[in-house]
Design a protein around this ligand. Structure first.
Ligand SMILES: Nc1ncnc2c1ncn2[C@@H]1O[C@H](COP(=O)(O)OP(=O)(O)OP(=O)(O)O)[C@@H](O)[C@H]1O
Ligand SMILES: [Mg+2]
Length: 152
């Protein structure tokens, strides 16, 4: 089952993130796919704000993994673009069971290292409207299916 949401502004994508955040749970994993500038970090910032994280969430492109611990749950934000698929000895999988929420940008580049149960979010740009995004959400596992049913 896929869910499709179309947003026409940054704030609508943030609203989607807030809705999903409202059903968050420990060890939740969200996998973000989409072109450069499609809104993966915008989504993550919206999610973090809703978690009441007070630190500024910035793109972790150079650090790969950033941990934010001032919110209701820890947030682990990863941008794995620069790994070019080579996870090597980075402890990515350890984060899935640390009782926080893990959000991974460019998750499709590390497909073999993702958990079976997760929420996939694919963001597509539009050719004719620079602010339009088509967002396809695919839950894997009962908890994620229930979450989608509750908020989408
Ligand atoms: N509907 C929309 N949803 C989200 N962002 C939008 C939308 N319309 C326009 N934007 C703009 O698109 C840009 C998205 O940037 P963002 O850094 O979130 O992309 P990204 O997917 O994280 O890119 P990267 O692959 O470089 O990490 C922002 O400048 C944002 O204002
Ligand atoms: Mg980004």
């Amino acid at each position: 089952m896929n869910y499709k949401v179309v947003t026409y502004s940054e704030s609508e994508t943030i609203e989607l993130a807030e809705n999903i955040e409202s059903e968050k749970f420990p060890n939740m994993v969200i996998c973000l796919e989409g072109d450069l500038g499609s809104g993966k970090t915008v989504f993550t910032k919206g999610f973090a704000q809703a978690m009441e994280i007070t630190e500024e969430v910035t793109s972790p492109t150079f650090n790969i993994i950033k941990e934010y611990t001032t919110g209701e749950l820890p947030l682990y934000h990863m941008d794995v673009y620069r790994l070019d698929g080579k996870v090597d000895d980075l402890p990515i999988e350890e984060y899935y069971t640390k009782k926080g929420v893990t959000i991974i940008e460019w998750s499709d580049t590390i497909a073999d290292y993702l958990p079976d149960k997760r929420l996939d979010i694919k963001i597509k740009n539009s050719d004719d409207d620079e602010n339009k995004r088509t967002i396809i959400i695919t839950p894997h596992g009962k908890k994620y299916e229930d979450l989608c049913e509750a908020v989408l």
